[in-house]
Design a protein. Structure first.
Length: 392
């Protein structure tokens, strides 16, 4: 072996030894880190039969950073859309980031001229799902599980779709129409990987309707008489625990829907939920929000990296230490597209693109009622990976 070759091998040995020491040092340092608090599963606090099982092929979206920006102007926000205003010292954006990162923890939290930003210490604790394979929860800030959030959840969006259908066809739908359409949609959604269809109430409304119906357990009526009474009384405002649905029933013109259509949808949901013989019964997820509704001091409008289309993070509105509304405004467009295709398939003369645009317009009108749930304007929460420039 020549002198030059010996020198080369010696240099390589030194480099490998140094790298080994560095790796050992990093490993030792990582072992000293304390694990973060465990994030609740999506089913924590659901009133049915315990935790839901998640599919083994759960999609992953690799994110490292999160930023909160206060949107100004009336733009849709996020991803560079709309103007941003200076808020100074984070303007509450730093508090929102701490809330959002409760289970991932933050490093390098810093305020910016438009909000705050930070690095996720444990990004693997942020659960991502495919938006068309997961149920949609309401933006109610009392939820203690990770949510995809939209006003009214699944049933709120379904009611809007029925309202658009009435508008396009210039006809009135009745109870049997809504019930048939809802059950058919739930049957077909299984083929796309979605297994739960959501509606929620709260403890106060549940107690009130139980008393009125003479049912000691309004989730499990003892007989047909109690069941029928619970369904008949379910559309009285004092028996509706979802503030979005209550608003639709109380002031339907402000929401752009017909009161009777909302009532039919609520009763159609409960007809299946209370029917143990219906094969779709387990797909109807009836969630009870715990405690009194207090307007949240924080409001998150969520954006994903552009490298993760159709995939969204589940965020917990109530961590036990802070509360925020969680609104996946951009992601819910995928759900509305799905509803548009379903209703267009039901009627060949319906253009799904026209249907979708009408749903978007109706939902935008209803966003003024976010004030029921929060005392502040929404802040864009933008998750990004190292190679992303813009969210979603």
């Amino acid at each position: 072996m020549t002198t030059t070759t010996r020198c080369a091998w010696l240099a390589l040995s030194v480099l490998l030894a140094a790298a080994s020491c560095q790796c050992a040092s990093v490993l030792e340092e990582s072992q000293q880190l304390q694990p973060p608090p465990s994030s609740p599963t999506i089913a924590t606090k659901l009133i049915r039969e315990g935790p839901l099982s998640l599919p083994d092929n759960q999609p992953l979206c690799h994110v490292q950073r999160v930023e909160a920006r206060k949107a100004g102007g009336g733009g849709d926000g996020g991803g560079g859309d709309g103007a941003f205003v200076e808020v100074g010292e984070g303007g509450g954006a730093d508090a929102l980031l701490k809330h959002v990162a409760h289970f991932t923890q933050l490093d390098d939290l810093a305020t910016t001229p438009t909000g705050a930003k930070g690095q996720l210490r444990y990004p693997e604790n942020l659960e991502f799902v495919r938006v068309n394979q997961h149920f949609w929860s309401c933006v109610d800030p009392r939820a203690r599980y990770g949510v995809l959030g939209t006003l009214g959840g699944d049933i709120g969006e379904f009611i809007n779709a029925m309202a658009v259908m009435e508008d396009i066809q210039q006809r009135i739908f009745y109870m049997e129409d809504v019930s048939s359409m809802m059950q058919e949609y739930v049957r077909t959604m299984h083929g796309r990987g979605k297994t739960k269809f959501y509606m929620h109430t709260d403890e106060a409304a549940l107690k009130a309707i139980g008393t009125a119906a003479g049912a000691s357990d309004p989730l499990k009526p003892d007989n047909t008489t109690q069941r029928n009474a619970l369904i008949a009384l379910a559309t009285k405002p004092e028996h509706i625990g979802c503030q979005h649905l209550k608003g639709m029933v109380s002031t339907p013109a402000e929401y752009g829907v017909r009161k009777e259509l909302v009532e039919y949808a609520i009763k159609s949901f409960l007809n299946v939920f209370y029917d143990d013989t219906n094969p779709l019964r387990d797909s109807f997820l009836y969630v009870v929000s715990q405690g009194e509704l207090v307007k949240a001091p924080l409001a998150a409008r969520v954006w994903s990296p552009d490298s993760c289309p159709g995939i969204a993070p589940l965020l917990v509105p109530n961590t036990g230490q802070s509360q925020s509304t969680v609104h996946h405004k951009a992601h819910v467009a995928f759900f509305r597209q799905d509803l548009s295709r379903f209703f267009a398939f039901k009627n060949a003369i319906i253009d799904p693109l026209v249907f979708f645009k009408k749903m978007q317009a109706l939902s935008k009108k209803q966003e003024a009622h976010l004030k029921v749930y929060t005392e502040t304007e929404e802040t864009d929460v933008i998750f990004t990976s190292l190679w992303d420039r813009w969210p979603f």
